[in-house]
Design a protein around this ligand. Sequence first.
Ligand code: ADP
Ligand code: ZN
Length: 212
Amino acid sequence: MGPPGSGKGTRAKIIGKMYDIPVITTGDMLREAFARGTEHGKVADAYMRKGELVPDEIVIAIVEERLRQPDIESGFILDGFPRSVRQAVALDRILKGQSKTIDTVLNVVAKPETIINRLSLRRSCPRCGAVYHLKDMPPKEDGVCDECGGPLIQREDDKEEIIRHRFDVYERRTFPILELYESSGKIKEISGDLEIDEIPKALEEILGKPDP
Ligand code: ADP
Ligand code: ZN
């Protein structure tokens, strides 16, 4: 959990590598669905451009299908899901059906300055989902993705007006989910202001050492 630009995605990717588990990023999956030209993808794109949440039915269907793949059996991390109370309820239902439970709800807390700086300097690779920061994590070559060689872009929804709207949406629709999880005692906080190389240690303190 965490507002746009809090560093949620960066932490999720690091967790995936450290603990060797799949990272399920709904934002990336929706962008991929659009790139492939699927019906869901086309509908999703119209919402994403405006900074609105994609309708619950679509996102839930995509996550439900993903959670049927066998690679999640020894654990997984969800990045960007659930984002509404209905999604949280659906996740509960899906996990119950598979006799799985959530271990930890990681809440990323960042200073507003950090967030604004991140989103305005963020560049993304539409081809492979890699994310860069022009100052803190620039690509080796200007405008080119280190991972796949594709061209880097500023996401349409990383422009100022849309960013402001995404914050409102976060506070209205996503923030209330934390209340749902509060009584479970599973919420752990991680700072969104850490330097990249400080993140693994912070994660180890919260989630425990990965198996060797
Ligand atoms: P950020 O976390 O920086 O906002 P994401 O890539 O996670 O970036 O999300 C971008 C957009 O994708 C959201 O503004 C929303 O339109 C859509 N999206 C991603 N995940 C969900 C979700 N679980 N439910 C609804 N919409 C979603
Ligand atoms: Zn790439």
